[in-house]
Design a binder for this molecule. Sequence first.
Ligand SMILES: NC(=O)c1ccc[n+]([C@@H]2O[C@H](COP(=O)([O-])OP(=O)(O)OC[C@H]3O[C@@H](n4cnc5c(N)ncnc54)[C@H](OP(=O)(O)O)[C@@H]3O)[C@@H](O)[C@H]2O)c1
Length: 310
Amino acid sequence: MDNDHGTAQKPHEEGRAATTRPAVAVIGLGLMGQALAQVLLKQGYPTTVWNRSPEKADALASQGAVRAGTAAEAVAAAPLVLICVSTYEVVDELLAPLTDALAGRTVVNLTSGTPEQARTTAQWAARHGIGYLDGAVMSVPEGVGEPGTILLYSGPHEIFEAHRATLEVLGGGTTYLNSDAGLASLYDVSLLGLMWSTMSGYVHAAALVGTEGVDAETFTRVGNMWLATISGYLTAYAGQIDSGTYPADATLHTQAMTMDHVIHASEERGIDSVIPRAIKALTERGIAAGHGDDSFASLIEVVRNSKPVE
Ligand SMILES: NC(=O)c1ccc[n+]([C@@H]2O[C@H](COP(=O)([O-])OP(=O)(O)OC[C@H]3O[C@@H](n4cnc5c(N)ncnc54)[C@H](OP(=O)(O)O)[C@@H]3O)[C@@H](O)[C@H]2O)c1
């Protein structure tokens, strides 16, 4: 620690107006935790790190991180504690014994989980006078610190504002959602669903064109242009969903017939058709519910009212 206030002057700033960086502790040095700590170090934040398997702190220590011997030592070193471990169960296991030490500090939890887990952890923090933000990193570790990288936060706004400058270092797309600690996780699972359904469609499409010798790189140049077009559709559909009216650009009836072409072309070439068949099944449910002449966005009515599978 460089001074009594847990702040440090960046070496390259000597001789000009000094800016200071508050101290940060990072608990959990898996792939993501290491990336978070590394970016903080590079940006001149005095960073104390702890990990269950201590060797994962070696590279960071050689870059200037302070290696804490215990999680309690890490917490004591900084007013802001980032935690990024495999699950919320591990978060609970690690932080519960540190309740007293954490009082008056802020925990930013970047571990993936459900909204319910986030809310439970936020309630625990509030009961013990611990500032708490729940966060989601919408990136692989290599993206941490990049201008386009999205990190989402929810929890008390004043706590986010108090640490905004530090959190913004972790990604240019740093976004505060609202005071409900569960919302960052809700966005996280929603965005992951969007990612996996898009990537599943991509894998299917690449396999389909690949049956006739088109390599994935060639196809993906067109695929990415198509995704930009689809992004425009989503913007239009958002207005439809919010207003509950679904004027058709192409009706569900028309799209269902076109889906048959995708299924036919796939099966004719020996390609797995589970993805187009699932989309067609959802579309047929929309038609059965009376949305045959509506846009694709009307399927939200089916998804919203889905009954659990027996
Ligand atoms: N990697 C990504 O691309 C990515 C992207 C977004 C979000 N995330 C989320 O970030 C979190 C961490 O992911 P990761 O990729 O860093 O995973 P990881 O490389 O597997 O690291 C897991 C971390 O959890 C720690 N841990 C697990 N069980 C523990 C226990 N019982 N006690 C103490 N520490 C324990 C591990 O410690 P040891 O080293 O001692 O095993 C390690 O620090 C996950 O929730 C993940 O969903 C990851």
